[in-house]
Structures are given as C-alpha cells and as structure tokens.
Design a binder for this molecule. Structure first.
Ligand code: DGL
Length: 273
C-alpha cells in the first residue's frame, strides 16, 4: 500500500510545501495538518512551539498513519525538530537543512541573506545550518509578512513597500558586515506566495531560494523509491486529506492559493489548548 506522508504546518502556508511535494510525488497519499487555532508559532517560545508541534506530529502519525513527516513550518523546524523526532517513531524531515543546502548550491560568494519569523531568526537555526556548509548568513525577522499573506495581500502595494523596507534594512546590515550576498532564503512557509514581489525587490544577481522547494527535493530522494514501489508502477491518483484546528472556512478559501488547486473539504480537529 502507498505510504502516507504527513505534512505539518502551523497554518495553511505549509500548503506551499505540499504543492511542491505533489508535483514531485504524483500518486502519493498525503495528510496535511495546519494548526490554525494556535497560529502564529513565529512569535511564541521554544517550549510552546515544541509542545504544539509534537502534538500535531502525533496526530498525523497515530491518527492518520503517516509513515513519514515533513515539517513544512520553518519555525517548528528551527525550534522543535528534536522534540518532534522524540514524539513520533517515524522519519522526520524539516525545512531548514534543505534550505541551507539549496543556499550552498546557489551561492558563489558564500554570503547569503535569510528572512523568517521572529522565533526562527532568534533560534539562528538557518545561520548555523549555513555556517556548517561554509556560508556566512545574516537573518532578519519580517513579522508583518505573515499577516499580510493571511489577509490575501500577496500582490498589494503595501506589501511591496513593507518588503522593500525589510530588505533595505537587511542590505544595510549586510553592507556593514562587508558582505557580498548573492542569495536570499525565504525561511517561512508564507513567503513563497510573495515571491514575485520579493524578486522585484532584490538586487540583480541575487537568487531567491524557496525552502519549500528545497525540502520537497530532499523528500523525493527519501520517499520516491517507496512511493513508486508501493504504486507498483501504476499511475495512482494523488490522495490528499487536509485537517485544521480552526478557521476551516478560511483554510478552504485561501488554501487554494498556497496549494495551486482547490483544497477541497478540510476536516476540523481538536488538539486541545
Ligand atoms: N509556518 C510559520 C513558518 O514557516 C509561519 C507562520 C507562523 O508564524 O506560525 O515559520
């Protein structure tokens, strides 16, 4: 039988990762959970993020039979990957390492910029993963971007202005450190939806790296053999079940932007407070 791949995010932004997975693993079975009742994770403490993420991972494994987990949430990947691995008996892939690997491949100067939530930036998980690969990275929290995307303002002049201000601040910091950056990592599930605006705001020669795409590439290396074997070479249909802890209607309405196709019916679940 085709194994179920569990995909977890604090909200429905992680559908960008699911979308990248579906493109690469047609015929797989997916269970996606967005912990929308407790979003945002990006402004919370490590302890709280670890508890929420572990409970969510357990739901996907125990109740949905997921045999692999992809942690689409950058914040949970940065602060709670260990806690998630301890909570479930299945392989777990986060988005930070794939993002850093993609930055290594993209950068020739060795200097990269990272934008992410407050919690991800304060953890310095991206800087550490980049340093381990010989890169110098500076990170910047962009807390206004998640609410702007949640509002659906993905192509709005206000959002473009906010991006410009954040990137100007980040460039000034990079210049003060004598950096010559040639890559920018989108270290948050929501930022791929802003990619056109971000690409317009970066300087020529700076590549924009989507950690969702990078994680999906790595997931394919891990899962592809198993999915293909289980399907027995037959062209099976992709199966997707979506769960949320709140805001099911909003998930169904806005989720299609992230997934690039209708999300269909989203099931409401309760993971407690
Ligand atoms: N999913 C989070 C991330 O990728 C963004 C939303 C939140 O703060 O919960 O960091």
């Amino acid at each position: 039988m085709t194994p179920t791949i569990g995909v977890f995010d604090s909200g429905f932004g992680g559908l960008t990762v699911l979308r990248a997975l579906i493109e690469r693993l047609p015929g797989a079975r997916f269970a996606f959970l967005g912990d929308t009742a407790r979003l945002p994770y990006g402004s919370k403490s490590r302890r709280t993020i670890a508890r929420y993420a572990a409970e969510s991972a357990q739901f996907l494994v125990r109740e949905q039979g997921a045999e692999f987990l992809v942690i689409a949430c950058n914040t949970a990947s940065a602060l709670a990957l260990d806690a998630i691995q301890d909570a479930v008996p299945v392989p777990v892939l986060g988005v930070i390492e794939p993002g850093a690997i993609a930055a290594r491949e993209a950068s020739t100067t060795g200097d990269v910029l990272v934008i992410a939530t407050e919690a991800t930036v304060h953890s310095h998980a991206y800087a550490a993963a980049c340093r381990a690969r010989g890169l110098r990275a500076i990170e910047k929290a962009c807390p206004l971007l998640v609410p702007l995307v949640e509002e659906g303002w993905t192509d709005h002049p206000v959002t473009a202005e906010v991006i410009e201000i954040y990137l100007n601040e980040l460039r000034a910091e990079a210049a003060a450190q004598g950096m010559n950056q040639d890559a920018l990592v989108l270290g948050c599930t929501h930022y791929p939806l802003l990619r056109p605006l971000i690409e317009r705001a970066v300087r020529p020669g700076v590549k924009v790296i989507d950690s969702a795409e990078a994680a999906a590439e790595q997931a394919v290396e891990i899962f592809n053999g198993r999915v293909a074997r289980a399907a027995g070479g037959a062209a099976a249909e992709t199966e997707i079940r979506c769960f949320a802890t709140d805001s099911v209607e909003k998930f169904e309405r806005l989720g299609s932007r992230f997934l690039g196709r209708p999300v269909g019916h989203v099931e409401l679940i309760d993971l407690g407070g």
